[in-house]
Design a protein around this ligand. Structure first.
Ligand code: SDX
Length: 446
């Protein structure tokens, strides 16, 4: 959830507002009171450390497992309003970007903060196209995986391995170097993803075709066979480009927080983003789109939906693709993806699972269990239906998410590296274990 200072907050606070922009805390253990400043709707947790019972006291901590109510950074990249279902990249509503922009233009916007001029976009596109190849050794690296290795596991390994091909990438305080690695990561992610797919299929790798646009080139690396030139269907290419836009960034989600935390140790961006791929792999996060399709296949027919919903309400199942830590309203991306389904199915034929998914959504949104918990479809509920219609296996769905999210991860990494307030991420803990125990020799232990 983003808290954005209202216009009134950013003007010079009057003396009365200055005094009111504080929290008065009374520590009932000591009777002492403290004035803690409130800025942009937050207090600094470190301001709590002054609250002590005596001089030996470490001071008060804020305990927040899973960071349910903790802002880890100040950011200008993505704004979310979970109650209103609002998503903006650099202030531009996601609906406008999905409708009028392209993924590479959005990637530029996320990384540079402004929409590019034509010259800037042409140069950016050229740079990306000049970096789509990977070192030939990467192919043998991917060949080392089992034929049925999960492609997210292969992507995770391959992205991390890129750090060994570009040892200079650890010069993270060099702006030019950061930009080179930014371009390389956005350019090479589709190539690594496609190589992982082709490895699973037992098919030869297809090299990038720089005559094609970003999404079309990716489709070519997935599906080109003996034809001399792969010709992507423009409707599928556009639908895929929109999906990459919708997945590009989402403020401090699990995988982005992982990228920021790993990057805070000043490691290179490939290693940090490999950590992002690892976090995204999980079924509670980017792996949910794969689980949605497996869930729909398991439900099988509309007649089985009531029993499945009962299983969810009884806690035996999770309705995958539903619910969100921030959105307590319809995820705006899910709405756009649902619309994109129609464009794709016009080419591929309707995915038979669509009717089960829409019926499941309709029934769930009428059930008190979901309404009371404000559980709505999220970005993963419908996206898998499109990927499946494009001919991809469910295991490739989180890989598709990772391709889009790469520009967001790198934009967030760039912001973190240049943020003077940031340093190595190292949370504290509340220790609840034993203390000062005497060592027991082996033969004295029962
Ligand atoms: C993404 O953070 C981001 O921005 C992520 C993302 C991005 O772009 O980066 O948007 C992408 O990861 C989307 C989420 C994909 N995951 C899923 O679809 C998996 C299913 N959803 C859930 O596991 C869950 O909703 C989460 C993980 C998404 C959110 O979990 P929270 O915020 O920790 O909520 P919770 O688990 O505490 O749930 C609150 C209540 C619980 O019930 P009670 O204990 O109060 O009785 O809601 C229930 C949960 O059991 N609940 C669900 C449910 N999601 C929450 N019950 C059934 N089915 C679900 N999907």
């Amino acid at each position: 959830m983003s808290t954005k200072p209202e216009a009134s907050d950013v003007t010079a606070p009057t003396s009365s507002r200055e005094s009111s922009e504080t929290l008065t805390i009374t520590d009932n253990r000591t009777g002492s009171t403290y004035e803690v400043p409130i800025t942009d709707g937050a207090i600094r947790s470190l301001d709590l450390r002054q609250i002590k019972v005596d001089e030996d006291d470490f001071g008060l901590l804020a305990y927040d497992p899973a960071f349910m109510n903790t802002a880890s950074c100040r950011s200008t990249i993505t704004f979310l309003d979970g109650d209103l279902g609002v998503l903006e990249y650099r202030g531009y509503p996601i609906e406008q970007l999905a409708e009028q922009s392209t993924y590479l233009e959005v990637a530029y916007l996320l990384v540079h903060g402004e929409l590019p001029t034509k010259a800037q976009l042409d140069d950016w596109t050229h740079q990306i196209k000049m970096h789509t190849f990977v070192h030939e050794n990467v192919k043998s690296f991917i060949q080392g995986f089992r034929h049925d290795a999960h492609p997210m596991g292969m992507l995770l390994g391959a992205v991390g391995a890129l750090s060994t091909f570009y040892p200079d990438a650890n010069k993270i305080h060099d702006a030019e170097n950061r930009q080179l690695q930014t371009v390389r990561l956005i350019a090479k992610m589709p190539t690594l993803a496609a190589f992982s797919y082709r490895h699973n299929m037992g098919q030869p790798y297809v090299y990038p075709d720089n005559d094609l646009d970003y999404a079309g080139n990716f489709l070519g690396m997935l599906y080109k066979m003996t034809e001399l030139k792969y010709q992507p269907d423009p409707r599928l290419e556009r639908a895929l480009d929109i999906l990459f836009i919708l997945h590009a960034d989402h403020e401090q989600n699990c995988s982005t927080s992982a990228v920021r935390a790993i990057g805070s140790s000043l490691v290179d961006p490939y290693s940090a983003i490999a950590g992002g791929v690892a976090a995204l792999y999980g079924p509670s996060h980017g792996g949910a789109n794969e689980e949605v399709v497996r869930m729909l296949l398991r439900i099988g027919t509309k007649d089985n939906i009531p029993d499945f919903i009962e299983g969810v309400k009884a806690g035996r199942e999770r309705l995958m693709g539903f619910g969100h830590r921030v959105y307590k309203n319809y995820d705006p991306r899910a709405r756009i993806i649902k619309k994109a389904c129609d464009d794709v199915f016009e080419v591929t034929g309707v995915n038979p699972l669509l009717s089960i998914a829409t019926e499941l959504e309709k029934i769930a949104l009428g059930e008190e269990y979901f309404v009371s918990r404000r559980l709505y479809p999220n970005v993963d509920f419908y996206s898998g239906l499109i990927y499946q219609a494009l001919g991809l296996p469910a295991s490739m769905f989180p890989v598709m998410f990772a391709i889009g999210r790469t520009s967001g991860w790198i934009a967030q990494w760039l912001e973190m590296v240049q943020d003077p307030e940031q340093k190595i991420a190292r949370p504290l803990q509340i220790y609840t274990g034993e203390r000062r125990r005497a060592y027991l020799p082996l033969d004295s232990r029962s």
